[in-house]
Design a protein around this ligand. Structure first.
Ligand SMILES: [Zn+2]
Length: 233
């Protein structure tokens, strides 16, 4: 999970909040100004996340209708709580993240926001509030089964990765592996990898088209190459 550097709150969201200070209603906000503010919000989220899902790192397209707006702290629908301002985060910009659709058309096959739903994450931090990635989150490449697993050495985080976000869904394991194969193709067989070449590849992957769009599964690929360099460099 890559840290997200938030852009300033988009003007439409700001305007809605000053016009309806007691609302905190995301659904109501979505139809404000014929959904112009909603489109602007999603465009902002995509831009600051450089077009990758906040959780799985898959590439997101530029179509704001083909993504999901994730509420890191789950949405609060309790009017009384909102009125007493106990929890006021449905329209808190730092609480909003761009996510992939996470197989939302396949019941029981969901991941990311689609799997998480209204459940909170207690141990995985909001990527918009961290400066560096969580170092307990690691990956295991398994060339034999052609998949890449994500795991954490912290058991609580490990649980949330699997049970709340379902980041080891078969599709994600395979997609990560396919990306790994594509990216490391020119290094040859893993036993013949050369340190300078791996370093160059890592730097290229971390920076390539950065500024506008992240490379897909950047967290995994960069971590994996750095881990290899640590062990064999
Ligand atoms: Zn995702």
């Amino acid at each position: 999970m890559l840290p997200i550097s938030k852009l300033p709150e988009p003007p439409g969201l700001k305007e809605y909040k000053s016009k309806y200070p007691g609302s905190d209603d995301y659904i109501d906000f979505c139809s404000y100004q014929q959904a112009q503010a909603f489109t602007e919000l999603r465009e902002n989220l995509l831009k600051e996340q450089k077009f990758v899902c906040a959780y799985c790192g898959q590439r997101l397209g530029e179509d704001v209708l083909k993504m999901k707006t994730e509420h890191f702290e789950p949405q609060n629908h309790d009017k009384l709580t909102i009125e007493t301002k106990k929890e006021y985060h449905n329209l808190n910009y730092n609480n909003l993240l761009a996510c992939c659709r996470g197989n939302d058309d396949k019941k029981g096959e969901n991941h990311c926001d689609s799997k998480k739903g209204p459940k909170p994450l207690h141990f995985i931090a909001n990527p918009a509030t961290i400066q560096i990635r969580n170092s307990t989150i690691k990956y295991k490449v398994n060339p034999r089964s052609e998949e890449v697993l994500i795991f954490s050495t912290d058991p609580e985080i490990e649980k949330e990765l699997n049970q709340i976000l379902n980041l080891n869904h078969q599709i994600l394991r395979e997609k990560r592996f396919n990306q790994w194969r594509r990216v490391t193709k020119n290094l040859g067989h893993t036993e013949t990898w050369k340190v300078p070449k791996v370093k160059r590849l890592k730097d290229d992957y971390a920076l390539l088209v950065d500024g506008i769009k992240h490379q897909e599964f950047k967290d995994f690929i960069v971590w994996h190459l750095e881990d290899w360099i640590r062990r064999f460099g």
